[in-house]
Design a binder for this molecule. Structure first.
Ligand code: SF4
Ligand code: SF4
Length: 438
């Protein structure tokens, strides 16, 4: 039986700021909504609770990171901007998912100043294919303009290419365009996921087994050719991977965090576990977070996984990949991810074993005084600017009482054989700094 730790507070919150969008991408949930549903959205978006009220609710959840999404967040920019600013000034790392087509110099300057990183949806480097995917003539030119503005303003951004049958043959030139024309250092090449409300006609867009294989291989090739970080926005089942290189790049890279460490808050305060699912667990304006979070407990046990995954020896590096993918394909979250090939198990490749530096016993470290400390169900969470570390109550007390300490003093607070790993974790997440005594 696999169970996940139940946290008191989520680490990440996806904030769906509006259901409205300037594009009409076929792989998006919104595309498949009826006209009545869209009209209801329009009405709700003008009478719903304000973004300010939602932002206040979000702050009460003490997230480390808030991912601002939509629809298209730039559709509600004037109201959204001060709320994003407040989140940043509350010490929360804020990122935004956007198609960048409505980007302006003024917005870009704000994003650069507040260090808000973007994930830009970029369908295809071929203009006609791009505009067909977005169902919006002229969208390619506007996205191009948006990316140029972002680059000029020095905004940190990566790109997500949702890959379906329509743009699979353009993956290489799309990656080349993003790297060479826009200086992208981080890229997601994501297999298209069927929206949970999509009709049968969407099956013409979904990648088959051979095409998923092609995409995985081209993902690795892009990484090797351009020396940029390449992954996929939704996880691949590790049983879909076929080589050390594929496993090294994609295996266990994006474990599903839905209902475990992340949640989604809608523009009316409703709470979902997964951005692709439509199931609502409650509303923060009518219930407490604790009650809703408890209700989402099924995401933290075996309940949502098929038997093959529950018994799989690779479960910890896979977690059954994407439950929303299974839901869209089989009608239940408990189905297999469509890319899973459990007959290939057990895996014959392994990730390189992680090694930690060995620190001298006299080496000294200082604890970051501006870190945010939060009491969790078990121990404490220390966070700073999008990074976090969980520590035991004993370790927390030690760090508070020893703003500067030597490694030797930490032995006993944590087991001696664990000391280097603990120090490495604290150092690499920026919670402590090495003190240079020379
Ligand atoms: S059987 Fe399930 S848990 Fe195991 S690798 Fe495949 S998808 Fe992942
Ligand atoms: S179920 Fe899939 S889409 Fe949803 S959060 Fe998990 S990995 Fe992401």
């Amino acid at each position: 039986m696999h169970t996940f730790r139940t946290l008191k507070y989520p680490l990440s919150v996806f904030w769906e700021t509006t259901p409205l969008c300037n594009h009409n991408c076929i792989h998006c949930f919104n595309y498949w909504r009826s006209d009545e549903e869209k009209a209801a959205d329009l009405k709700a978006s003008s009478s719903a609770v304000s973004l300010r009220e939602i932002r206040q609710k979000i702050e009460e959840l003490h997230p480390v990171t808030v991912i601002v999404t939509g629809g298209e967040p730039l559709m509600v920019w004037e109201e959204l901007r001060p709320e994003m600013e407040r989140l940043v000034h509350a010490g929360i790392r804020v990122t935004m998912n956007t198609n960048a087509a409505m980007m302006t110099e003024e917005i870009a300057d704000f994003l650069a100043k507040e260090k808000i990183a973007l994930l830009v949806s970029f369908p295809c480097a071929e203009e006609t294919v791009n505009d067909r995917i977005t169902d919006t003539p002229g969208s390619y030119r506007r996205i191009q303009k948006g990316l140029t503005i972002l680059r000029t303003a020095g905004v940190s951004f990566s790109a997500n290419v949702v890959v379906s049958k329509k743009n699979l043959s353009y993956v290489k030139e799309t990656a080349q365009c993003l790297v060479e024309d826009y200086g992208i250092q981080r890229l997601s090449l994501s297999r298209v996921g069927k929206p949970v409300n999509a009709g049968a006609s969407f099956d013409d867009w979904v990648l088959g087994e051979t095409e998923v294989r092609q995409l995985i291989m081209e993902t690795v090739e892009t990484h090797e050719q351009y020396h940029v970080d390449v992954d996929a926005s939704a996880p691949y089942p590790v049983c879909a991977l076929e080589s050390d290189a594929e496993f090294e790049l994609l295996g266990g890279r994006r474990l599903c965090s839905a209902g475990k460490t992340s949640l989604v808050i809608g523009s009316d305060g409703s709470i979902k576990a997964c951005p692709r699912d439509s199931f609502v667990y409650g509303n923060l304006f009518s219930e407490t977070f604790a009650v809703i979070w408890e209700r989402m407990g099924e995401w933290r046990t075996d309940e949502l996984y098929p038997l093959e995954c529950r018994e799989c020896t690779s479960f910890s590096s896979c977690r059954g990949a994407c439950r929303a993918d299974a839901l869209a394909d089989t009608g239940t979250c408990k189905g297999m991810d469509t890319a899973a090939r459990p007959e290939r198990l057990p895996l014959s490749f392994r990730k390189k074993k992680m090694t930690f530096p060995q620190y001298e016993k006299e080496a000294r470290f200082s604890f970051r005084q501006d870190a945010h400390i939060l009491e969790e169900r078990e121990g404490y969470r220390i966070s700073h600017w999008g990074q976090h570390v969980f520590v035991t109550e004993k370790a927390m007390r030690f760090l508070k009482e020893h703003p500067v300490f030597a490694k030797a003093e930490l032995i006993g607070v944590v087991e001696e054989k664990e000391t280097d790993a603990v120090l490495y974790r604290l150092l690499s997440n920026g919670m402590i700094h090495a003190v240079d005594d020379r």
